[in-house]
Design a protein around this ligand. Structure first.
Ligand SMILES: *Cc1c(COP(=O)(O)O)cnc(C)c1O
Length: 436
């Protein structure tokens, strides 16, 4: 396609003139993989179409929310009905109560919940609540886990365990991150050492149970168990960030999977987003009643939002939850995902390419590595140039996957056996070229 007829390129040029980097969220700019971002004009089921009219099988699903695929009829109807009744009131509505009841019913650790508009807001608020409830300042997070872009979370590890982190963004003063300790994911010994040194000052440990912002890395069961034990022993809270995994890997979230392996396992607070809004701006945080009652207007921890519990967003979320609560939904979703990951594995083996993959429910990751990584430095050991060739080869073939090697991918209920088979066939071709 020549430059003048490439509408993606033309739109990107227009966008770059007015919007920093041409995008409203950095990963969309394709900086990691190079090339022109696709401007999406519409979506239906498992497919999205770009500004040139090219169709892609969508394995991003808006980074997770579109678990039913795009334009699911029941969800669309609920949203259209809600929009007619009003976009926003800034006053309570019945649907907020219904959504709270639905989530509390499905996630046993959540006794009370507050709705917000983004995962960033939910994570930031959960940390404020943890600090307010414990009267402590320090937080522990893990290298490679993403919890939104709140100042105190934009941190990389300091030079040792006794030193706190450095900001990863300009504009974050050192005083703001001096209370954030960044540890290596899945490193039990380091976590024990950190608690031995700082235990009395730690308000919370926050973690992704399956880290989807370093592609797909599970917290090992011993690591999760020890995190729970250490928090309890030291009076710190365990905050599980299920913005990506919640209602994506299982109906009860990733925590329901750990609860099968760790008797009585429960986080103190859970952060939710993505799927609970079904593609609309909606997120939440919730957990123990005694903690949630510390929030304004009941308690001293302030938190608010003009569009929180938005009536159109809650309609979208409720309709989505109704569909995914149907019997067999996750079995079918997981089967489809595994069809894809096993197909990709076979294709890579045939091509002689180092490859490994993991999945849970409708979330998966793949690595051009000989074995599944346990932490972020190992993920980053991937050959970036090879990954980029794979990404662009798939994109040219009409398969839209994450444009960075540290992001997870997603399968929706709209992906058919034929869709997945076609993706595997495309991957076979591209993987063959990687060895050349
Ligand atoms: C996407 C994500 C967030 C941030 O949510 P936004 O809605 O983008 O602010 C936080 N935590 C995790 C685990 C996420 O995947």
């Amino acid at each position: 396609m020549t430059h003048s007829t490439d509408r993606n390129q033309a739109l990107f040029e227009r966008a770059k003139a007015l919007i920093p980097g041409g995008v409203n969220s950095p990963v969309r700019a394709f900086r990691a993989v190079g090339g022109t971002p696709r401007f999406i004009t519409r979506a239906q089921g498992a497919y999205i179409w770009d500004a040139n009219g090219k169709r892609y099988t969508d394995y991003i699903g808006s980074w997770g929310p579109m678990i039913l695929g795009h334009g699911h009829p029941a969800v669309l109807e609920a949203v259209q009905k809600a929009a007619v009744d009003g976009f926003s009131f800034g006053a309570p509505t019945e649907r907020e109560v219904e959504l709270a009841e639905a989530i509390v019913r499905l996630v046993p650790s959540i006794e009370m919940i507050r709705l917000v508009s983004s995962g960033t807001e939910a994570g930031m608020s959960a940390i404020r609540l943890a600090r307010g409830a414990t009267g402590r300042s320090k937080i522990i997070k893990f290298n490679g886990c993403y919890h939104g872009h709140a100042d105190s979370l934009l941190v990389k590890a300091g030079s040792g365990l006794a030193t706190f982190g450095h900001a990863t963004s300009a504009g974050v003063p050192p005083e703001v991150v001096q209370h954030t300790l960044v540890l290596e994911y899945n490193d039990v010994a380091q976590l024990e050492e950190a608690f031995a040194l700082h235990g009395k000052e730690v308000a919370c440990v926050i973690m992704e149970p399956i880290a989807g912002n370093m592609n797909f890395v599970r917290a090992s069961t011993p690591f999760m168990r020890r995190a729970r034990e250490l928090c309890t022993q030291h009076g710190a809270l365990l905050v599980i960030d299920e913005v990506m995994t919640g209602f994506r890997v299982a109906l009860g979230g990733a925590q329901s999977i750990y609860a099968q392996q760790i008797p009585g396992f429960k986080p103190d607070l859970t952060v939710l987003g993505k799927v609970i809004g079904g593609g609309m701006p909606l997120a939440a945080f919730g957990g123990r009643r005694d903690l949630m009652e510390q929030l304004a207007p009941l308690g001293p921890v302030y938190q608010a939002g003009t569009l929180s519990g938005n009536p159109v967003a809650t309609a979208c979320g409720l309709a989505t939850l109704a569909e995914i609560s149907k019997p067999g939904f996750y079995d079918q979703l997981a089967t489809r995902t595994r069809q894809l990951t096993s197909g990709l594995t076979a294709a890579a083996r045939a091509a002689g390419v180092d490859f490994c993959t993991d999945s849970e429910g409708g979330m998966f990751g793949f690595f051009l590595l000989p074995a599944l990584p346990q932490n972020y430095p190992t993920v980053l050991g991937t050959d970036g140039a090879r990954f980029n060739r794979l990404f662009h080869g798939l994109l040219d073939a009409g398969v839209y996957t994450a444009p960075a090697l540290y992001e997870a991918c997603f399968v929706s209920a709209a992906h058919t056996e034929e869709d997945v088979a076609a993706t595997v066939a495309a991957a076979e071709q591209v993987l063959q070229t990687l060895t050349k």
